[in-house]
Design a binder for this molecule. Structure first.
Ligand code: ADP
Length: 303
């Protein structure tokens, strides 16, 4: 079963154009939707999840016309929103039973079985009767996965899941996500490149409401081989390098700025060739003025 998004556009009443003619075909497996904050990811996720309407375009999950058969879609959907904190006073077991009822699991013993299995799967058996309000960020996210898995969905949407998790919680959470069945379409929406790199076989990059890349992370990285160059520069010359070279990213390593440039040939003295990574793909796919702005902002931050 595939998710097909065709020509979806959305402009908010204040004039913000959040989605501009977005088309995507998303196969089963883990799909990464990567983009900076404000790119339109949540708008697209909420539209797919039938939580809001686009101005134009169409969306299909297999045979289901999402905009016309919202109810049918919701039955097949598992949605893990950015913030699962609205149920602070409830316990995981009460909520899982409740969501199972909503998904049409009418037998009480089946609901109990499902609740037990899901709590075990996300390793929250011991916390089953505790209020969500006292959970750590990682526990809340794991609970969110359990909720998303109720009803064995064909489409699972995970919106910005690792923001706010500490590194150990993040790894645990990503491992759990990677175990979700490969028959479902799983969309991981994130601004964190490493999340996509670690989990997704297919991806798209969205910026300013437009899809600027769609394909496999590995192929995109391979395509940049021999074109990524790195140089450690002084803080004083950072801005100068930004204007002379097409700098795609700047990092501080041990307090020292290290720039990366994408070029067919060695761009200048002291540049060393390095292996491309998904961040290079992400940044090279961004518009030229975006590089200039970020380098300028980086230089000002360090000044
Ligand atoms: P992302 O999830 O990638 O951060 P969003 O879809 O949340 O992006 O936002 C896309 C753009 O739409 C942003 O400019 C954001 O400020 C704007 N936006 C989001 N929701 C609303 C809203 N309800 N009303 C007006 N503008 C909105």
């Amino acid at each position: 079963m595939e998710l097909v998004v065709s020509g979806v556009s959305k402009t908010y009443p204040d004039g913000t154009r959040a989605l501009n003619d977005v088309s995507l075909t998303i196969p089963p497996g883990m799909f990464g939707l990567l983009g900076p904050n404000g790119a339109g990811k949540s708008t697209l996720m909420r539209t797919i999840a039938t939580l809001q309407e686009p101005d134009s375009g169409s969306l299909h999950l297999g045979n289901i016309n999402i905009l016309e058969e919202k109810h049918a879609l919701r039955k097949r959907l598992g949605y893990l929103p950015q913030d699962v904190g609205v149920y602070e006073n409830e316990t995981p077991e009460t909520l899982l039973r409740h969501f199972a009822t909503l998904k049409g699991v009418s037998s009480a013993s089946k609901r109990e079985e499902l609740t037990d299995a899901l709590l075990e799967r996300v390793n929250l058996q011991d916390a089953r009767g505790r209020k969500l309000g006292g959970f750590s960020g990682g526990m809340k996210q794991r609970f969110g996965i359990a909720v998303a898995l109720v009803g064995d969905p064909d489409l699972i949407i995970v919106d910005e899941p690792t923001a706010g998790l500490d590194p150990a919680e993040r790894v645990r959470f990503l491992n759990l996500l990677s175990e979700i069945g490969e028959e479902s379409v799983v969309i991981l929406s994130t601004h964190i490149v490493a999340d996509v790199r670690e989990l997704c076989t297919q991806m798209a990059i969205i910026q300013d409401g437009q899809i600027i890349f769609e394909g496999s992370p590995n192929a995109a990285i391979k395509a940049l081989e021999g074109q990524i160059w790195e140089k450690t520069v002084s803080k004083d010359t950072l801005s100068d390098h930004g204007t002379r070279y097409s700098v795609i990213s700047t990092k501080l390593i041990g307090g020292q700025p290290v720039i990366r440039v994408c070029d067919q040939e060695r761009p200048g003295p002291a540049f060393e060739p390095v292996e491309p990574d998904l961040e290079d793909v992400y940044f090279t796919r961004m518009a030229e003025d975006e590089y200039a702005r970020s380098v300028k902002a980086g230089a000002e931050d360090m000044a």
